[in-house]
Design a binder for this molecule. Sequence first.
Ligand SMILES: Cc1cc2nc3c(=O)[nH]c(=O)nc-3n(C[C@H](O)[C@H](O)[C@H](O)COP(=O)(O)OP(=O)(O)OC[C@H]3O[C@@H](n4cnc5c(N)ncnc54)[C@H](O)[C@@H]3O)c2cc1C
Length: 416
Amino acid sequence: MHTVVIGGGVIGLTTAYHLAREGETVTLVDARATGLGASDVNAGWIVPAEAAPVPGPGMVLKSLKWMLRPDSPLYIKPSLDPAFASFMVGMWRRSNYADQRLGFEGHLRLAQGTVEVFDDYRADGMDFEMHSQGLLMAFTDKENLDHHLDNLDLVRQFDLDPQVLLGDAVRTHEPKLSDAVYGGVYFPLERHVDPGALARALHKRIGELGVQVVENTPIDRVEKRGDRVVAVHSGSRRFEADRVVLAAGAWTGPVSKLFGTPLPVRPGKGYSVDLAPCVLRGAVNLSDARVAVTPLDSRLRLAGTMEFGGLDESINQVRVDAILRAPRTYFRDWEPPANPPPAQTGCRPMTPDGKPIIGRLGALTNAYVSTGHGMLGVTLAPGSAAALTDLIVRDRLSPDLNTFSPARFLGRPKRH
Ligand SMILES: Cc1cc2nc3c(=O)[nH]c(=O)nc-3n(C[C@H](O)[C@H](O)[C@H](O)COP(=O)(O)OP(=O)(O)OC[C@H]3O[C@@H](n4cnc5c(N)ncnc54)[C@H](O)[C@@H]3O)c2cc1C
């Protein structure tokens, strides 16, 4: 059976890899080169313990406050587009404790065993930088920290062993932290990778496994016969398929319309900047500022912001400067570099409920989707790829996918 995967970000690449490992014939088609944008510029964190969906309690008030500040970590571009308005209303409706907790639990289930799968990837010959010193959430604000403690019981149920560190205990753990840090939560089992290296390793390995990778080829038409997709097209090129997987990240909204199954996936733009390396015990979340700090062998990556403003990959330097300034409060002896290198940007695929969309695509019997991974594409990629492969190859629907069904946005298909 021949499967065409549309999109070569971390989700499409891992899906192609898991399918190829099962002996499937796979073609992966990308509009650009694989592994660019969000899959390249992200913070590289593998963090099930930090996998709460974006909509949560207090988000509405906070986002309204942040919208008034040009350098805030969240920006929502005003728009009269009814689809955009309905997306934001959907998000605000889910901004409550109960929905966020249910989504968090779903993410934790999907991410179970994810670090072991990354170990398997390396054991299978993929060469990418990975660190296992854990993640520290650092807080300057006591209220923010207290709020964060609400879900630690859930994290403990998944054996992720969170450790609350207050006052000097947090500085003993991470000596770089300043006296302004009130406390933190340390998750010892979390990891981080160099995301660009991960994408390159996946691309190389799927090539070795016989996957045909076709780049610079945007899919612009879907050919259907009855309830089946028979081929996808890019200009004059036609890719015949027994099955199709849609994994077009932030572009899933427009591409899903080609299938006649429009999905509410919208871009949430973020930035990262790579600076000279800095000695840190592990990855640090500057939690109140919403900035991720990732120590890699050859550089220190700072990443952050969430901008809802359409499929636009331009860079807003005011927000990048805010990312560069953020460590000054949290770290001793930190000054933003006088001449920082240019920032990089990418669009996260966001959904109204903050959860991915994984499963059969509407009533089409041979089309599937895996998208909407938001801030968690690296963390959830192995679990998503494994569960979708099980559905595609063995027609077996993992209970872990129940909460991520496309049906919640499309209505119920004849069969999942
Ligand atoms: C600043 C930032 C920091 C982040 N930090 C983390 C983190 O620490 N940990 C974590 O787990 N996640 C993180 N994320 C989120 C993560 O990067 C995303 O969830 C993930 O990259 C989404 O992967 P994807 O494959 O779905 O989409 P993408 O990586 O965007 O890939 C989609 C692909 O589809 C292709 N495509 C689009 N249209 C078409 C078409 N018509 N035909 C063919 N191909 C098409 C695109 O060219 C692209 O290559 C971060 C994101 C950002 C922006």
